[in-house]
Design a protein around this ligand. Structure first.
Ligand code: NAP
Length: 245
């Protein structure tokens, strides 16, 4: 695979990029911090990535930079067949309710600009006769829930967009893999109390790489979250108004 990876500097992205590197895949990193990108590139080289790992700056708050970042990846790797987006931003419902500009930023990063980035990636993948677009959404997008109303809404929009892409472009060779993590212990969830079925980045990475290999359209990680969300999706509003989750 020739993989463009937005978000490999931390958490689940780092674990997945390492797993890809250890299989000898070629990687091109995108992210907002040059220092973190350089460190991650070196780390992936040590883990066995195929060829040199290059990188370019790409901030989800700056969509004007997306085409240039993807062009840099194309010229460094002679094209690419896989794009992975794990980058995202979380803030608690309390923080977001009290801070309209932070709420707008989280919506911009997680939905608007991720969608704009994916549009650019989609066009390039289809021009090169298809490939895989793997994007991390969240179980938080499956139901309006009290602790994640705003963050969850950004992921609901992202999941709906990715589902539509799968419906429209699968037959043209675009394989869209939507990852829906439950609670995973990373810097994003540091300080939060892990619920039952909390997972670790390494187990997520293994499942997601398998899903990328197979082109699985939707993958829940860790796996028990699929059943948990099947139940939560069916709960009536009268119960959702009473419960805390
Ligand atoms: N952890 C969970 O329980 C959980 C649950 C459901 C969904 N998710 C989703 O899964 C994905 C990965 O989460 P994680 O827990 O692995 O997160 P993480 O450890 O906090 O890593 C987040 C990544 O996003 C990058 N990033 C943040 N803002 C960015 C921006 N404006 N432009 C470019 N890159 C940016 C970070 O780069 P820097 O190195 O520059 O900070 C970092 O590489 C996210 O989309 C998250 O919403 C996580």
């Amino acid at each position: 695979m020739r993989v463009v990876f937005l978000g490999a500097t931390k958490g689940m992205g780092r674990a997945l990029a390492r797993r890809m590197a250890s299989r000898g895949e070629s990687l091109f990193l995108l992210g907002r911090s040059e220092e973190e990108l350089a460190k991650s590139a070196e780390d992936l080289q040590v883990h066995g990535a195929g060829g040199d790992v290059h990188w370019a700056q790409c901030d989800l708050l700056d969509p004007a930079g997306f085409p240039k970042a993807l062009e840099a990846a194309e010229s460094a790797m002679g094209g690419f067949d896989t794009v992975v987006v794990t980058a995202g931003q979380f803030a608690s419902q309390e923080e977001l309710e009290g801070n309209a500009s932070l709420a707008a930023q989280v919506a911009t990063v997680n939905f608007t600009n991720t969608m704009v980035f994916c549009e650019s990636a989609r066009q390039r993948l289809l021009e090169q006769s298809g490939g895989t677009l793997c994007v991390f959404s969240s179980v938080a997008g499956e139901r309006g829930r009290k602790p994640v109303i705003i963050y969850g809404a950004t992921k609901a929009g992202l999941s709906a967009y990715l589902e539509g892409l799968d419906h429209k472009y699968r037959q043209e060779g675009l394989r869209v893999v939507t990852v829906k993590p439950g609670f995973v212990r990373t810097s994003m969830t540091q300080g939060l109390k892990p619920p039952p079925f909390a997972g670790d980045p390494d187990e997520v990475a293994e499942t997601v790489l398998h899903a990328i290999d197979r082109g699985t359209p939707v993958v829940y990680v860790p796996a028990p979250w699929k059943a948990v969300m099947a139940i939560i999706r069916r709960l009536p509003r009268s119960i959702m108004r009473r419960v805390k989750f």
